[in-house]
Design a protein around this ligand. Structure first.
Ligand code: BGC
Length: 269
């Protein structure tokens, strides 16, 4: 049994660091051409490093700068990628940010910034992807499905998170966006799913793992007793995008070492 994404083109948003990088590597390893999206000039160097690691390992891809919260930039990214590679088969909506604050101190700018990237970005990219999937139709030399979308959500799709109302609200909303798209475009053979990462060791949650004390208190929330790695998410993303997962649609799958099973209730409650 081989997870193969040969002859396919995948856009991975926010792929210049963290979970996005892990996903880009796994998807490239499975044989797809990867578009390593990054949001700004500042992240170009990182994106180029990711691309180098991928091509050194025998993979294929390009870097592409686009702020996923900007409609004109997203439209242009899809147009350019389709012009260069013919089509897009897989979209991984990964780009996401945190702007944490106590709720009464949360500014509208912090709220909007998180919603714009974490939710509107998923909307804009999914819309352009689905238009292209429908234009191309099914091509079984690529995949038995017409197209695949994977949203990167979070355990905070179901676990409330004090001090992170904007982030948790955006992740809860992703679930309904994902399921609605799976319902609306299932008859067109477009599969839409979410992955809900738990604590994965990346720059976004550095404060939670960089000291021994922080890591120990984080591990109390994880029954499997280790922090996750980007590869843990990449493995599932490659599988979900492949035809091995052809009967999986509308699902949220948590990759969290058991975090959503609420370890804090293990001995009492
Ligand atoms: C957040 C991380 C956090 C993890 C578990 C993720 O969605 O981005 O900062 O460590 O959830 O709480």
């Amino acid at each position: 049994m081989e997870v193969s994404l040969k002859n396919q083109v995948a856009i991975i948003t926010g792929a210049s660091s963290g979970i996005g990088t892990g996903i880009a590597k796994s998807i490239a390893e499975a044989g797809a051409t990867v578009i390593i999206n990054h949001s700004s000039e500042k992240s170009l160097e990182n994106a180029q490093e990711v691309l180098k690691e991928i091509t050194d390992a025998g993979g294929n891809g390009i870097t592409y700068q686009c702020d996923v919260s900007k409609e004109d930039e997203v439209i242009k990214m899809f147009k350019d990628v389709i012009e260069k590679f013919g089509t897009v088969d897989i979209l991984i909506n990964n780009a996401g940010i945190q702007k944490d604050a106590k709720f009464t101190e949360m500014t509208l700018d912090d709220w909007n910034a998180v919603m714009n990237v974490n939710l509107t970005g998923h909307f804009l990219c999914s819309r352009e992807a689905i238009k292209e999937f429908l234009r191309r139709g099914i091509d079984t030399s690529r995949s038995v499905a017409c197209g695949k979308i994977i949203h990167i959500s979070s355990v905070h799709e179901v676990i409330p998170w004090a001090g992170h109302a904007n982030y948790a609200a955006s992740k809860g909303a992703i679930k309904m966006l994902m399921q609605t798209l799976a319902q609306e475009y299932g008859p067109d053979k477009i599969r839409v799913n979410s992955i809900g990462p738990g604590a994965i060791q990346t720059p976004i949650n550095k404060a939670a793992w960089e000291t021994k004390d922080a890591l120990n208190s984080l591990l109390e929330l994880i029954p499997y007793n280790r922090i996750g790695q980007p590869k843990d998410i990449g493995n599932l993303a490659a599988f979900l995008a492949s035809d091995l997962a052809d009967y999986i649609s509308g699902a949220s799958i948590f990759v969290d070492g058991g975090m959503t099973s609420l370890e804090s209730f293990a001995d009492n409650g």
